[in-house]
Each structure stands twice: as structure tokens, then as C-alpha cells.
Design a protein around this ligand. Structure first.
Ligand code: ADP
Ligand code: ASP
Ligand code: MG
Length: 483
């Protein structure tokens, strides 16, 4: 379909009746010019509330669950009443209540069992997005703009990794086109739930926290969209998290690879897997602020004229550094690494950074704290014999660490850069624990003590004068292919 635009609105952009009105107006405005598919997150903080409710249920805490359900109902009924004319709201409120009842039914099941099966969590938690999609579609309809709420369970086909599912692109393409093109041809704006999908045999799944960005990119790729706009609460992708670095500046343009590295290394503004479906078709993404729609935002494109040097710095807490070391010469260090990596590959943990030293052949790697138990279980199983015979020292785990990553296509072949970055960190008296840089020279990852992380981020941002050089207009180094 020609010129199709996919737009995604995040939690804050859907956070109240006023915000939903603005999101709807932005959708309608583009919808007058070209076909538009909208993807919505749950209202801000609702997914946290739903997950917290399920934890109360598992723990048998009836009162905690009831209090959360009241909060859930209050927020959505109030929004519904404030958003819609009273005759329409009278007709929509029972549908809001029935979605909340659906959630309650699953939560009650958990309460009875004292268990929280991941599959049921996924089914329950998608209610947040189903509620916000319903409200947005009904509001558009009330404004005379044909619209329909669509549950992504009927659109996105995934594997069965509950809580962190991966889309199966071929069946998704078929299903998405079947579910959405008819609406577009009939002039309706589909409002699709972000975050969720279902396996081919219909079991509900979710794509991981913050996954609505990913939902939108999956749909953009499946529908051969010409653009994807991601509406959020900041002016675009910035040189650092503005909550950490007040003088962070908006980047005009970044490459897919830069954006993916930033997201992967902790920049919450994009879900780490968002870019992957778009690269083949080179579908551009624009990250925009729904609180200031007139601002241009950041364009994420295959390649940009790079102004040279690092472009942005990110950080990540809630990580853990796992260290391994041969105890003596009876085990070859490389073999130990191979065994450890093999074991990790069978776990659900992702290795965020890996670093080794030559003489003692000790090595360490960084994982998310949430994935640490799975990583350790696999390592202990995979290295059971070596550990039992004392060939390997006991596995060390440090959770008081943080990751800082400096990203930029223009860092390639820039001598002296790493030195400046490390000096800036050490000037703040923050100890560097481990360093990793891939040969692509796109990212330098540094593991530091957790309590020094924020200082280190600010120091690197200032040292590299990132806040001053956001425009690709002053490019010196020519074009870099980022696809
Ligand atoms: P949404 O609900 O719209 O998906 P998120 O809260 O997931 O929004 O992401 C937006 C937030 O990401 C911003 O409010 C900002 O604090 C944070 N953030 C972290 N790093 C960056 C960065 N480099 N650029 C912009 N925002 C960032
Ligand atoms: N609502 C989901 C979450 O909070 C997905 C998203 O907002 O992208 O994780
Ligand atoms: Mg987000």
C-alpha cells in the first residue's frame, strides 16, 4: 500500500484523556494524507500495575490485588468518561469493565494456584494495551474518523518464549496484511495493541518490556510501510538520557546501527529489537515528541554524514558481572571460555559485553540481573566437573556494577578517543572494571562501579562535547553506510 505510515504512541503519549486526544489528532492529521496504522502502548504505569497485581495474586495477597484492580478501573473509567461524549462512554464503559474482568479472572486463577505461569501473565498483561487501543479507537470514531481497535494477538505471530517472544516474520506478514489492509482500504485507522502477539496456535505472548516499539517496527516491515514514527515524551534520540544529563542534546539523524547500539546498551527511548525488522527494507524511523509535535525529532536512517567522533553515551544498571578463571594449568583458558559460552548459549541470558585478559586467561561477561539466575544455572551445569575438581575457581558475581557505552559510527579509526574517554572516567575517581570494544569500533563499553556510573556518564558526555555536536550538517568525514 502506497505511502503507508505506521505511528506508535508510548505510555506517556497515551497517559490521560488529554494525551489520547492529542495522539488521536496527530493520527487523524496524517490519516487525511495517507493510510495510517497506529500502534499504542498501555497508559503510562499500567503495565507495571498489572504485573504488580499478578505478583500479589501469586503471593495470595487478596487485598493488594483488590487495591490494584480498583486503581486500574478508576484510571480507565475516569479516562473514558473524560474522553468520550456521555452517550458513547455509556456504551464503552461496559467494554472497559469486561476487559478488566478478563484480567481479574486470570489474576484470580493465579491467586487460587499460588502460581504465576508466564503464559497466563502474557495473556493478562496485554489487557493494558487492549484498554488503551479501545479508548483511542472510540475517541476517533466519536470525532467522525472511522477507526477500529485491533488486538495484535490476531496480527503478530511469535515463537512461544513467553515474556520475550520473537516474531515469525513470514506468518506475521500474512496475518498482518489479512487483518489490516481491509480496514485501510475501507478508510479506517486501525489502532493496534503494542507489546503482544500470539503463537501460531493462538497462545498469547508478549515481546518484552517496552516492546510496543518492536510491535510497530514488525508491522511497518510486514506492511511495507514507507515510514515509522515513534511518538514519545522527549524530542528524539538524545546524546544521553536527559534524566541523567540535563544538557543532553537531540540528534538530528542517527544510523540504524547507532540507534540499535544505543538501545541495546540501555537508551530506553527505543526497544533494542526495534531496528532489526526495518534494516532490509530500509524503512526510515522518526522518533518524535508528542508533547512538542512541531519539533523535527530524530531520523533513524541507513546512513548519515557523520560528524566524526562519538555521538551519544548510554548507561545501564541492573546488570551483573560474572567472572571466571582457571585455577591452574590443568585447564586451557580458551577451552574454558568455549565451555562457558556454550553453556550461556543454552541459557536465556544475553551476554551484553565480554572481556578477557591474556596471561591468567580469566574472563568476565555482563548480563542483565534478571537473567543472572538462568546464566549461573547453565554455567554451573556446563562446568560442573571443572568446578567439582577445582580446575576452575568458584564463579564470581558482582551486582554492584553498571555499564556505560559510548556510541558513534564516526569513532571508527579515530585515534586517542578511548584514552580521552578513560581519562574522563578516571578523573571522576571512578574505577574501570572491564572494557569491551568490538572491531566495528561502533561502541566502547565500559563496566564501572554502580555508584560511579552517573558521574562517569556526565564526564564522558562533557569530555566528548556531545551536547554541542548533534547536527550531521557539519559533517567532515563523508558518508558512512550504517545498514
Ligand atoms: P515511551 O513510553 O514513549 O515508549 P520510554 O519511557 O520507553 O517512552 O522512553 C522514553 C524515555 O527514554 C525518555 O523519557 C528518556 O528519559 C529515556 N531515554 C534514555 N536514554 C535516552 C536517549 N539517549 N535519548 C532520549 N531519551 C532517552
Ligand atoms: N506497555 C508495555 C511496557 O510497559 C510495552 C510498552 O510500553 O512499550 O512494557
Ligand atoms: Mg518505551
Amino acid at each position: 500500500m502506497n505511502q503507508l505510515l505506521v505511528m506508535k504512541f508510548g505510555g506517556t503519549s497515551m497517559g490521560s484523556a488529554d494525551r489520547i486526544r492529542i495522539a488521536a489528532a496527530l493520527s487523524a492529521e496524517e490519516g487525511r494524507k495517507r493510510p495510517v496504522v497506529v500502534v499504542v502502548s498501555a497508559m503510562s504505569k499500567i503495565t507495571d500495575l498489572l504485573l504488580d497485581s499478578l505478583r500479589h495474586a501469586e503471593a495470595g495477597d487478596r487485598e493488594g490485588l483488590a487495591a490494584n484492580l480498583r486503581a486500574l478501573e478508576e484510571r480507565h473509567t475516569e479516562t473514558c468518561k473524560a474522553l468520550l461524549p456521555s452517550d458513547r462512554s455509556a456504551h464503552v464503559l461496559p467494554r472497559v469493565q469486561s476487559l478488566i474482568a478478563e484480567f481479574e479472572r486470570i489474576a484470580n486463577g493465579m491467586l487460587m494456584l499460588g502460581e504465576r505461569p508466564p503464559r497466563s501473565v502474557d495473556e493478562a498483561v496485554s489487557v493494558g494495551e487492549r484498554l488503551s487501543a479501545l479508548l483511542m479507537a472510540e475517541y476517533l470514531e466519536s470525532q467522525g474518523i472511522p477507526s477500529v481497535a485491533v488486538n495484535a494477538r490476531d496480527v503478530i505471530v511469535t515463537d512461544a518464549v513467553f515474556g520475550n517472544a520473537t516474531p515469525l516474520m513470514e506468518p506475521t506478514r500474512e496475518k498482518a496484511r489479512g487483518a489490516l489492509l481491509g480496514h485501510l482500504e475501507a478508510g479506517r485507522i486501525p489502532i493496534v495493541t503494542g507489546f503482544n502477539g500470539a503463537t501460531a496456535d493462538g497462545r498469547p505472548t508478549t515481546l518484552g518490556r517496552g516492546g510496543s516499539d518492536f510491535s510497530a517496527s514488525i508491522l511497518a516491515a510486514s506492511l511495507d510501510a514507507s515510514e515509522l514514527w515513534i511518538w514519545t515524551d522527549v524530542d528524539g534520540i538524545m546524546t544521553a538520557d536527559p534524566r541523567l544529563v540535563p544538557d543532553a542534546a537531540v540528534l538530528d539523524e542517527v544510523t540504524y546501527r547507532e540507534a540499535a547500539e544505543l538501545a541495546y546498551n540501555g537508551a530506553k527511548v527505543l526497544h533494542p529489537r526495534t531496528l532489526a525488522p526495518l534494516v532490509d527494507k530500509q524503512i526510515p524511523v522518526i522518533s518524535k515528541n508528542s508533547f512538542a509535535p512541531e519539533k523535527p525529532g530524530t531520523r533513524i536512517v541507513p546512513s548519515v554524514s557523520v560528524p566524526g567522533g562519538p555521538r551519544a553515551v548510554t548507561s545501564m544498571t541492573n546488570v551483573a558481572l560474572v567472572s571466571l578463571e582457571p585455577a591452574n594449568a590443568s585447564i586451557n583458558g580458551t577451552r574454558l571460555m568455549a565451555r562457558a559460552l556454550e553453556a550461556l548459549a543454552t541459557s536465556n541470558a544475553e551476554v551484553l559485553a565480554f572481556s578477557s585478559s591474556s596471561y591468567r586467561q580469566s574472563f568476565c561477561f555482563l548480563v542483565r540481573q534478571a537473567e543472572l539466575p538462568s546464566a549461573l544455572e547453565s554455567l554451573e551445569a556446563g562446568l560442573a566437573l571443572e568446578l567439582a575438581h577445582g580446575y576452575v575457581r568458584p564463579i564470581e558475581v558482582d551486582t554492584e556494577v553498571g555499564l556505560l557505552a559510548v556510541v558513534g559510527e564516526g569513532m571508527r579509526g579515530t585515534p586517542g578517543l578511548a584514552g580521552r574517554i578513560f581519562t574522563a572516567v578516571s578523573r571522576e575517581k571512578v574505577n574501570i572494571i572491564a572494557i569491551a570494544q568490538g572491531s566495528s569500533e561502533l561502541t566502547i563499553a565500559i563496566v564501572v562501579r554502580r555508584d560511579g556510573l552517573e558521574k562517569a556518564v556526565k564526564a564522558v558526555h562533557a569530555e566528548c562535547r556531545m551536547g554541542e555536536r548533534t547536527s550531521a550538517a557539519g559533517a567532515l568525514l563523508g558518508t558512512v553506510d550504517g545498514a
